[in-house]
Write a protein that binds this ligand. Structure first.
Ligand SMILES: *Cc1c(COP(=O)(O)O)cnc(C)c1O
Length: 400
């Protein structure tokens, strides 16, 4: 087995028989001339791997899919027009008809909205805490088909207890689906730990340059064939040009993730020593409640996102966003550029303040997606921003 850095560069590469092109050509076409193979595929409804029509499949998609399958250690993979297309197609394919899903209330906001609406598609959902396997087992019912959790949660960076969740799924004959967006296959390969299917917002670390919206799923071929049929029904196929950009981005996954992981750890440790910071959330720090599990599951690094709570609360957090010069105040994560945002007025804005408190989101909480800029520059910039904050906690309100 080749190592991730090698797979990221070479796996899935399309070899052009005419020119020997080193890069995968962009097959920017909606359709392909009929062949005997295509007619047979139409008759047998097996057009997934035959060039026929780009919503069904395209060599630009297959190149990225093979690269992702190699990185996640999967038999098969699919790409989608967004992370939400990957998640909706996967859940509808694997839990229908009429199934029950166990998930977590602190999943990505778009996923939470989808899960809350799944009753319109005849599916039901219950909530549990993936860091507490007993709560997951307690939520299982006779009709349960799927356990759906994120490997690392947003923004408090709680780790799913993967080996235990996989054991529960096996014991009850369920499928364990893991959203691995926050870690990427460089840091964690959920299939190796017993998950059945992995999904991604490829808009984040997989692409890595904040310039493509895409999604992905990976797992055994039989399950991916099932998800593929849902993908072509719902229509969330990824455009060939976006595939080209995603494949190009994925080639540098290992070098980017090494830097994201190392810089996030260094900044998290440094932030913990700053008087303006009340608390830092990062699984790579000994202060994280699941540090032992993180050391076990994430030996290569705990990801590039760091959350921290400012002693000065909401006013200090809003002021910090004005004072930082390198991290851009914007949503999303996983790009080469650092991004900074406040969960209280972005990802968790729909929740009233008491509900935010209840899930551990205090108004002074800041989420930093650590980019690959020079660590010294990032630290100096954060230092000047922290020094510019008002002295005492909650002293003066700068925003009226
Ligand atoms: C961004 C994100 C999604 C949604 O992906 P899109 O590409 O925006 O559709 C799903 N899960 C997680 C964990 C995310 O961060």
């Amino acid at each position: 087995m080749r190592l991730p850095a090698t797979l990221a560069v070479h796996a899935g590469q399309y070899h052009d028989p005419i020119t020997g092109a080193v890069g995968t050509p962009v097959f920017q076409t909606t359709t392909f001339r009929f062949t005997e193979e295509a007619y047979a595929a139409i008759a047998g409804q097996t057009a997934r791997q035959v060039p026929l029509y780009t919503r069904y499949g395209n060599p630009s998609q297959w190149a990225v899919q093979e690269k992702l399958a190699a990185l996640e250690g999967a038999e098969s993979a699919l790409v989608f027009s967004s992370g939400m297309a990957a998640i909706s197609s996967t859940l509808l394919a694997l839990a229908s008809p009429g199934g029950h899903i166990v998930s977590a209330q602190d999943v990505y906001g778009g996923t939470f909205t989808l899960l809350n609406e799944l009753h319109r598609y005849g599916l039901s959902v219950s909530w549990a805490d993936p860091a507490d396997p007993a709560s997951v087992e307690a939520a299982i019912r006779p009709g349960t088909r799927v356990l759906f959790f994120e490997s690392l949660s947003n923004p408090l960076l709680k780790l799913a207890a993967l080996p235990q969740l996989a054991a529960i799924a096996r014991r009850h004959g369920l499928l364990l689906v893991i959203d691995n967006t926050f870690l990427s296959p460089f840091s964690l390969r959920p299939l190796e730990l017993g998950a059945d299917v992995v999904v991604h917002s490829a808009s984040k670390y997989l692409n890595g340059h904040s310039d493509v919206i895409a999604g992905a799923a990976a797992g055994p071929k039989a399950l991916m064939d099932q998800v593929w049929r849902e993908l072509i029904r719902l229509g969330g196929s990824l455009d060939p040009h976006a595939c080209f950009l995603l494949e190009r981005g994925m080639k540098t996954l290992a070098v980017r993730m090494r830097t994201h992981n190392a810089q996030a750890l260094a900044l998290a440790a440094w932030l913990e020593t700053q008087p303006q910071v009340r608390r830092v959330f990062y699984p790579g720090l000994p202060s994280h409640p699941q540090h032992a599990l993180a050391a076990d599951l994430l030996p290569g690094g705990a990801g590039g996102v760091v959350a921290f709570e400012l002693a000065g609360g909401k006013e200090a957090a809003l002021r910090l966003l004005d004072l930082v010069q390198i991290p851009q105040p914007a949503t999303s994560l996983g790009g080469v550029e650092s991004l900074i945002s406040l969960p209280f007025n972005t990802s968790h804005a729909p929740l009233p303040p008491e509900a935010q408190e209840a899930v551990g989101i205090r108004p002074g909480l800041v989420r930093l997606s650590v980019g690959i800029e020079a660590l010294e520059d990032l630290q100096a910039d954060l230092a000047q921003a922290l020094q510019g904050l008002p002295e005492a906690a909650g002293a003066v309100s700068l925003r009226g």
